[in-house]
Design a protein. Structure first.
Length: 145
């Protein structure tokens, strides 16, 4: 197994960040690396629910994705399992912070060799995901305590 860990403070309350994850129209706007778009076929945002979508690369290549929602804690955490290859679990934790919300992105890949060969791409893609999420929930003022 191989682990990828990324985090980012976002100037938005955990509820606002969670809303950008649970709303399929919003999630489709920011999910994936820079230049990618998404078409969702199924989005059952509940534990055990299915998430089927196609990621469209900037070069026109389509990447079918099938995931299952394993755990959802409103305003705190979402954990998914990527069912098709490459197999991985992704946890997105949301914690209140002075800036708004600390988003912790932890991916655990089943195939260590694949993950290590793709490490540079995956790390860049994860940071771009967080960049895109930051744009989705910002730049409005943080109205937390």
């Amino acid at each position: 197994m191989s682990l990828f860990r990324h985090s980012r403070d976002l100037p938005a309350a955990p509820e606002a960040v969670f809303a950008a994850i649970q709303d399929p129209a919003r999630l489709a706007r920011w999910w994936g690396p820079a230049g990618f778009t998404n078409t969702f076929q199924t989005f059952e945002f509940r534990e055990g629910g299915s998430w089927l979508f196609t990621m469209h690369g900037p070069d026109g290549t389509d990447y079918p994705n099938q995931s299952e929602f394993l755990e959802i804690v409103p305003h705190s955490m979402v954990r998914i399992r990527h069912v098709n290859l490459p197999h991985f679990e992704l946890s997105i934790a949301l914690e209140p912070s002075a800036a708004g919300t600390l988003v912790s992105w932890i991916g655990v890949f089943e195939n260590r060799e694949f993950a290590e060969n793709m490490r540079q791409f995956l790390e860049t893609a994860n940071e771009q995901n967080l960049d895109r999420l930051a744009l989705e929930v910002g730049p409005g003022p943080y109205l937390g305590a």
